[in-house]
Design a protein around this ligand. Structure first.
Ligand code: ZN
Length: 572
């Protein structure tokens, strides 16, 4: 096996920032010379790592004026700080382990380092956090947000004794819980806990603010820099919602999944991206057609909404650099932020869709799956434009169809009535009605006929990609429902050789029928109906499993490299 090339941009930033952190990495002893025979542990590690296809994520920044390219370079430097902070948040031992892995130039050491950087720690995230570096403990559920010697019960009891502001602060997104001098627990705000790094990140953000000529970007960056120092993120979240610029940065503490105790502590991440002008224009065009699509949904007219509200904001962007919680394990392809309820109530939330991440996943995962899952004649019809346009339409279709409903004279919502079946049903709805909507626009002449030739086949291939992640999660389960429903109607078929195909004579009706069935049970708040939709179909059937079994060599996801970011950093 050749030495895997470490994503050097990431490593350099991690080591540089780790070295200026509060805990100096312990110097590693020189490694013993590498034995050149493959040991089974190495083979296993190589196989694990191979599931993430190294892929360039680049964005065309050549059309941006120099002021904005300069701003991007400063933003990338700020984002690198998020890498180091996230590493420390995951586990207190992460930085010193990274330093010793980086100093180990045996093949085994380098292989561990590569996979460590993919996972941002010594645990394989897609293997239930199984450790892959000798000596690594089990992944701490409390991450590094709570004292290592505290139990969950102790923290719960302490939180239970707090009230008012003290409780708000201790359970808030932006504090860690530490032991005070007397051994008791105390909340430490992020601007104190991560003081040196946040000051550094803030200075990069201010430099970016000084470089850009775009007012809303400048305003966001200045206020986010201030938030890093004050620990008050509200104002900068508002400014983030008001962004209207060619550069779309997301940087700061956001998601709470890493805190497996209480889901209350925010992990640092960054997505430094540029707006995709062509896709943004397409989105506007679709937005203008939404009411007409609603008016033609294949459901009883009384269930249609005569006046759709304003569309929730969506930004389509290309990633230049991502960091921290935004770049570990399986890559994010889209996100909704902010999480602060006050901002969401005032400004709603924004969905950011990372187009080049989707393209990379399409190339590295979906195309190879299509080669296995589809009949030879259909393989060439799998197209990225159909894939991405359907994803855009999926997002928009969440806003169409029944939401607020009346059941037995009582005003309620689909979400409330469908309870635990809601998410899988709603995801299936957005998918299948997205196909319906694209077909509607093809028939109208808004979209080219080539969309019709590619979208159903592409959707079929992508169904295999989705259910491959499992069907416990809403998207996978919703996808299984559609696959099996359309198979049962003969709109998808299975060939003698086990490959799948689209029946072009039946697919349109199949899509309309499933859209009608799902939206009708949503309109009635029919949770029993949702159950009978899900139970027989939210499963992996034998023919599907036979295909999945052949995809074991296809990557699960990508390991991104950032050539545009590297070029910007060396230029500015
Ligand atoms: Zn969705």
């Amino acid at each position: 096996m050749a030495h895997p090339r470490v994503p050097s941009l990431l490593l350099v930033s991690l080591l540089a920032t780790a070295a200026c952190g509060t805990t100096a990495p312990s110097p590693a002893s020189p490694p013993a010379p590498a034995p050149e025979r493959e040991d089974p542990a190495m083979t296993d590690l190589a196989a694990k790592t191979a599931r993430f296809a190294p892929t360039d994520l680049s964005a065309d920044v050549s059309a941006l004026p120099e002021s904005e390219r300069k701003a991007l370079a400063h933003l990338i430097r700020a984002a690198q700080v998020m890498d180091a902070l996230f590493l420390r948040q995951v586990w207190a031992g992460n930085e010193s382990m990274l330093a010793s892995l980086a100093a180990d130039d045996t093949r085994t050491g380098q292989a561990r380092l590569t996979y460590f950087l993919v996972n941002k720690g010594p645990w394989s995230r897609i293997d239930h956090n199984e450790p892959f570096v000798p000596g690594a403990p089990a992944k701490p559920a409390a991450a590094n947000f709570y004292p290592p010697d505290a139990t969950r019960a102790e923290v719960e009891q302490w939180l239970g004794g707090l009230a008012g502001t003290a409780k708000q602060v201790a359970t808030g997104f932006f504090t860690t819980i530490r032991r005070g001098p007397n051994g008791g627990l105390m909340a430490v705000p992020y601007n104190v806990e991560y003081q040196a790094e946040l000051a550094l990140a803030a200075s990069h953000l201010r430099a970016a603010a000084a470089a850009t000529t775009q007012p809303t970007l400048k305003a966001f960056l200045e206020s986010r820099a201030a938030a890093f120092l004050s620990n008050d993120y509200y104002e900068s979240d508002v400014k983030w919602m008001e962004l209207d610029a060619s550069i779309e940065p997301t940087i700061g503490p956001y998601e709470v999944y890493e805190d497996e105790w209480f889901n209350s502590k925010a992990a640092f991440e960054a997505f430094i991206t540029v707006k995709d002008q062509a896709e943004s224009a397409k989105l506007q065009q679709f937005a203008g057609a939404l009411q007409e699509i609603e008016d033609h949904l294949p459901i009883d007219a009384k269930y249609r909404n005569p006046t759709l509200g304003a569309m929730a904001p969506i930004a389509v962007v290309n990633t230049v650099f991502s960091a921290g919680d935004g770049n570990r394990g399986v890559q994010t392809a889209a996100y909704n932020l902010p999480n602060d309820e006050r901002v969401v109530q005032e400004k709603r939330s924004k969905r950011v869709m990372l187009k080049n991440n989707q393209q990379a996943k399409f190339d590295s995962v979906l195309v190879p799956i299509a080669q296995i899952a589809l009949a030879p004649a259909d393989r060439g019809k799998v197209a990225f434009d159909a894939f991405f346009t359907h994803i855009l339409m999926h997002e928009l279709m969440h806003g169409l169809g029944p939401h607020g409903i009346t059941v037995n004279g009582r005003a309620t919502t689909v979400r409330q009535e469908l309870k635990e079946t809601y998410s899988a049903i709603e995801e299936a709805k957005a998918d299948v009605s997205g196909l319906f909507a694209l077909q509607y626009l093809v028939d109208k002449g808004t979209l080219k006929a080539s969309m019709e030739e590619t979208m159903y086949v592409t959707f079929l291939a992508s169904a295999f990609r989705s259910v491959r992640f499992g069907i416990t999660e809403a998207h996978g389960r919703g996808q299984a429902v559609q696959l099996n429903y359309l198979l049962d109607r003969g709109a998808f078929t299975v060939n003698a050789d086990g490959t799948f195909a689209v029946d072009t004579a039946k697919i349109r009706d199949g899509v309309a029928a499933l859209t009608r069935d799902i939206m009708t049970l949503q309109a009635g708040g029919d949770s029993a109906g949702a159950g009978s939709m899900l139970a027989p179909r939210g499963v992996i059937r034998r023919n599907t499993k036979a295909v999945l079994d052949k995809t074991t060599a296809v990557p699960v996801d990508i390991a991104p490299r950032f050539p545009s970011a590297a070029a910007l950093l060396s230029a500015y």
